[in-house]
Design a protein around this ligand. Structure first.
Ligand code: IMP
Ligand code: MG
Length: 179
C-alpha cells in the first residue's frame, strides 16, 4: 500500500514553538543546571533543537525503550533497550520525548526515573495526543496538542521512515484498488 505525507505543522511553526519552550525552561531553571534525558530515537531531533535554545547550563543523556516497531498501535510492552550512561541522582532532570500517545511508555519511564532520586523530574514532549490517553501522565512542557492521527517527521517514524522530515506530517495511505 502506497502512502503519502500531509503537512500538519510546518518547519517554521515547529521551530517557533521550540524557541518558546526553550525560553520557558531557561526561565524556570534560572541559576540551575538542567539534565536533559532524551528518549531515543524519536526524541533526538527535538532534543537537539531544544537544547540549543536553553540558556542555562545543559547536560544530556540518552535512553532507549521499546516502542511500536512496524505497527501503528501501542503494544503496551515497555522494555529498556538502552539505559542512561550517568546517574540522575540529585539532578534537575527533564525527559524529552517526541510524543505522548497512550501514555504507557512515559508513565512507566517517569516512575522508574523518579525511583532514582533526581532533585526534580519533569516531562517535555513535542507532541501530545490527549484523545488517545489510556494512562495518566503529568506533562510539564508540550509543543503541540494534535488530533488522533499517526504523524511522522522531526524524529517520528513510520516503519523507521520519515524521521528526517523537518516538519510534522500525517501519514495517509492510498487505498485505491488497481484497475
Ligand atoms: P505511548 O506509550 O502510547 O504514549 O507511545 C509513545 C511512543 O509511541 C512514542 O514515543 C512514539 O515512539 C510512538 N508513537 C505514538 N504515536 C505516534 C505517531 O503518531 N507517530 C509515530 N510514533 C508514534
Ligand atoms: Mg518516543
Amino acid at each position: 500500500m502506497a502512502e503519502h505525507i500531509r503537512v500538519l505543522l510546518s518547519e517554521e511553526e515547529v521551530d517557533a514553538r521550540i524557541q518558546v519552550i526553550g525560553s520557558q525552561i531557561s526561565q524556570d531553571y534560572a541559576g540551575r543546571q538542567v539534565h536533559l534525558v532524551c528518549v531515543l530515537k524519536g526524541g533526538s531531533f527535538f532534543l537537539c533543537e531544544l537544547a540549543k535554545r536553553i540558556t542555562v547550563p545543559v547536560s544530556i543523556d540518552f535512553m532507549s525503550v521499546s516502542s511500536y516497531g512496524k505497527d501503528t498501535k501501542s503494544s503496551g510492552v515497555v522494555k529498556i533497550v538502552k539505559d542512561l550512561d550517568e546517574s540522575i541522582k540529585d539532578k534537575d532532570v527533564i525527559v524529552v520525548e517526541d510524543i505522548v500517545d497512550s501514555g504507557r511508555t512515559l508513565s512507566y519511564l517517569m516512575e522508574m526515573l523518579d525511583g532514582r532520586s533526581p532533585a526534580s523530574l519533569r516531562l517535555c514532549t513535542l507532541l501530545d495526543k490527549p484523545d488517545r490517553r489510556v494512562v495518566d501522565v503529568d506533562v510539564h512542557y508540550t509543543g503541540f496538542q494534535i488530533p488522533d492521527e499517526f504523524v511522522v517527521g522531526y524524529g517520528l517514524d513510520y516503519d523507521q521512515k520519515y524521521r528526517n522530515l523537518p516538519y510534522i506530517g500525517v501519514v495517509e495511505f492510498d487505498n485505491k484498488e488497481q484497475e
